[in-house]
Design a protein around this ligand. Structure first.
Ligand SMILES: NC(=O)c1ccc[n+]([C@@H]2O[C@H](COP(=O)([O-])OP(=O)(O)OC[C@H]3O[C@@H](n4cnc5c(N)ncnc54)[C@H](OP(=O)(O)O)[C@@H]3O)[C@@H](O)[C@H]2O)c1
Length: 345
């Protein structure tokens, strides 16, 4: 049978309408499914979390999952408290949470000495932070240019290493007080396998840890690697001396998050589809952090380095970061403590 031009047109129109109808149906179905009421469990009822940098990316994914699993309380320690409050409202609405103190926001800008001190004071005063059983040091950043603050600390070392160490030490008495025999308190750091590029070793000086020496040949990735290795070494040294609190580092793998904003904008623009395709989602990246923070397995051990890219049955593979040899860890921790006394006194 030979179709006239008009018949062919009609056939195309029918085909097009069917395609549009089916696609719309599928989109609608997906939307309706995702609008199912959120179901909240109670498995983390006795645990109380403080998560830094939880207004985006991995930290936001961690907070959402902790709330979904019924955490006793979650404190979002964030520098953008407006954004933090919006997320709190979203979560309260999603799970119909009436109580004010189950999810709260506390201001914390790791680049700002006064803000870190205020956080430390808030810990002493109790309030929502007084219940903390797990601190998740997640906030982190990279910086395109070299900048040293008025306390002689470079911004990357301050944000990812020295300020998180300061707030960890500030929370330690609380974490110790709240630890139970069968439920130890925990400190979890969102680490990075880039730490393998770290230059910290047994010859590291105080100025290396302040990141002061890099003015002439500053590299964003080098500073980032040093900072991530620095905090990893310190929490491992703390783990060595502590039988009450467990300390772990968790690598999220390469995640498509706002952390990328520190990279050249034109590179970002042209690699958008590739990043979407190849990089982990924040939820995937958060998995090892959540495992370290909540699993029974991680409560039994300390100073592990979990890897979101190595999921194993019932847990996560432990990956090999940079050297965390005890001698180097003790040296770096000792030096970092001296710097904290100078910077935050
Ligand atoms: N993305 C990756 O591929 C990757 C890989 C390995 C490790 N990590 C680590 O994962 C953690 C989360 O990063 P992400 O990928 O989720 O990136 P992100 O979306 O940029 O999240 C970083 C969070 O840290 C906060 N932050 C940055 N500077 C801060 C400061 N001075 N004081 C307080 N909070 C600050 C940010 O707050 P603002 O919104 O106010 O900026 C944001 O909430 C970081 O520690 C990062 O180093 C990421």
């Amino acid at each position: 049978m030979v179709l006239s031009g008009e018949d062919e047109d009609q056939q195309w129109q029918v085909l097009l309408s069917m395609t549009v109808a089916i696609t719309s149906g599928l989109i609608l179905r997906k939307k309706l499914c995702s609008q199912q009421p959120a179901v909240r469990t109670t498995e983390l009822r006795s645990q109380h979390f403080c998560v830094t940098g939880s207004t985006s990316g991995i930290g936001e994914a961690v907070v959402k999952e902790l709330v979904r699993r019924g955490a006793g309380s979650v404190v979002l320690a964030v520098r953008d408290t407006y954004k933090g409050s919006k997320l709190v409202k979203e979560l309260r609405d999603a799970y119909d949470i009436k109580s004010d103190d189950e999810i709260t926001v506390v201001g914390l800008d790791l680049l700002n000495v006064e803000s870190c001190r205020a956080f430390s004071q808030a810990v002493i005063e109790g309030g929502p932070l007084g219940k903390t059983t797990c601190l998740i040091n997640n906030a982190g950043a990279m910086f395109k240019t070299f900048h040293v603050n008025d306390r002689q600390v470079e911004d990357t070392m301050m944000t990812n290493f020295l300020a998180p160490l300061y707030i960890t030490k500030a929370l330690l008495p609380t974490l110790r007080k709240n630890a139970k025999f069968n439920s130890p308190s925990r400190v979890i750091c969102t680490g990075s396998k880039l730490e393998k590029r770290s230059e910290l070793d047994e010859t590291t000086t105080l100025d290396d840890l302040r990141g002061k020496n890099d003015a002439d040949d500053y590299s964003l990735f080098q500073a980032y690697a040093n900072s991530k290795h620095g905090i990893h070494l310190c929490v491992n040294a703390m783990a060595d001396e502590d039988s009450v609190v467990k300390y772990h580092t968790a690598s999220p793998g390469m995640v498509n998050s706002r952390l990328n904003r520190f990279v050249n904008p034109s590179v970002l623009f042209f690699t958008w589809p590739l990043r979407k395709l190849l990089l982990n989602t924040p939820e995937h990246g958060a998995a090892s952090v959540l495992h370290a923070a909540t699993s029974h397995e991680a409560a039994q051990s300390t100073a592990k380095f979990y890897d979101s890219n190595k999921p194993e049955k019932g847990g996560f593979g432990v990956t090999q970061g940079a050297s965390v040899e005890k001698k180097i860890a003790r040296r770096v921790y000792g030096q970092a403590t001296i710097i904290l006394d100078e910077v935050f006194r």
